[in-house]
Design a binder for this molecule. Structure first.
Ligand code: ADP
Ligand code: MG
Length: 336
């Protein structure tokens, strides 16, 4: 691999275009720290995601370009889940010998393509060697209007529960990968779509930002641990319970590739993680506005249940007219 200095020079050149266009950035890559000018009347959102080889991803089946995409995507998803706009990114890398110059070219092609799409500027990071395997620490700064961040803690009994897109495709993709299926970039059948949803997720950046800007949600989270567990996080922070309407959960068609039994398909969809859809609660009175924003941002939104007064079980499942307690456990990725 090239020297650390050449590596950073490369990154600096690739980040320069976006950096010049960013009025709040006084200084990006190249000094001991980046310098940002605080914008009036806004608040800063900061989030970090650590991706460790063989725990969070496997190089064996991951195209480097998609890994670069995903390293940024997971952090953009966190900013979206706060109802914010992503602005600046930092990337710390622990680099093993196995990742050479060609790997990093592709990795950063994926990273910068997604960054460019959302107006995100790379402003720093750190680089070291990691003999035990690749480690990627992705830090993202975002902004929202003062007081406008959408927290997990705002859900109220009587709120409707909504989710964007559909769930389960990523878990199906992971199971297919662990079973030996591999990416073939020319093809676009359901199997390839499942692999792509797992390896190259699309965060709901625009939709999340609009929900925050227009203050349409009481609580929001992105689905990274699975619908059941993430909804339980909202319930715990808000001091409420939630009733999921089983028949309205939008299960991705990809799930049928790995589960034909309806009950097992449902379980995989609600417990499998990494869908990076947005899960939120809002009053029914906002339904029309939600649908409008969904249309404008190219997202489908589905009502999947209702927030209820806190009961002994965080989650309940309504099915065939009956409501029963529902476990909030998620899915253990590589054990699955
Ligand atoms: P320091 O000695 O302060 O850690 P470095 O020589 O590691 O500085 O980094 C020099 C500059 O390059 C800094 O501005 C740093 O933010 C940036 N940088 C280093 N590694 C990365 C990386 N992986 N991604 C983005 N910027 C990086
Ligand atoms: Mg350093």
């Amino acid at each position: 691999m090239q020297s650390e200095l050449a590596f950073i020079d490369d990154l600096r050149a690739r980040a320069a275009g976006a950096a010049r266009q960013n009025a709040e950035l006084r200084h990006g890559i190249g000094d001991d720290a980046a310098v940002l000018r605080a914008a009036a009347n806004s608040e800063t959102l900061i989030t970090v995601d650590l991706l460790i080889e063989d725990v969070d991803f496997r190089l064996e089946y991951t195209p480097p370009r998609w890994l670069g995409h995903k390293a940024l995507a997971v952090s953009l998803s966190d900013i979206a889940a706060m109802g914010g706009r992503p602005r600046f990114s930092l990337l710390s890398l622990g680099i093993p010998r196995s990742c050479g110059t060609a790997f990093w070219e592709e990795f950063f092609d994926g990273y910068f393509a997604l960054a460019g799409e959302h107006g995100v500027t790379l402003i720093g990071g750190d680089t070291s060697s990691a003999p035990g395997g690749l480690a990627i620490d992705s830090i993202q700064l975002g902004e929202c209007r003062r007081g406008a961040a959408v927290l997990r803690s705002g859900a109220k009994a009587g709120d409707e529960i909504y989710i964007t897109g559909s769930i389960g495709a990523s878990a199906a993709g992971l199971r297919l990968l662990l079973g030996g299926k591999r990416v073939s970039e020319g093809e676009d059948d359901l199997t390839q779509q499942a692999l792509r949803k797992h390896l190259r997720p699309e965060p709901r950046v625009e939709f999340g930002r609009r929900i925050g800007e227009e203050q349409l949600a009481h609580a929001m989270i992105d689905v990274s641990d699975g619908l059941a567990r993430d909804l339980a996080h909202i319930c715990a922070e808000s001091g409420v319970s939630a009733e999921i309407d089983a028949s309205s959960v939008p299960i991705s068609p990809e799930v049928s590739l790995v589960e034909t039994d309806a009950e097992k398909a449902f379980e995989l969809a609600v417990r499998g993680g990494e869908d990076f859809e947005l899960l939120f609660t809002a009053t029914g009175a906002k339904a029309k506005e939600l649908v409008k924003i969904a249309g404008e941002t190219g997202v489908v939104v589905t009502r999947i249940g209702e927030v209820i007064e806190r009961s002994d079980s965080a989650l309940r499942l309504r099915r065939d007219g009956k409501s029963i307690p529902f476990a909030s456990r998620g899915f253990d990725h590589f054990a699955g």
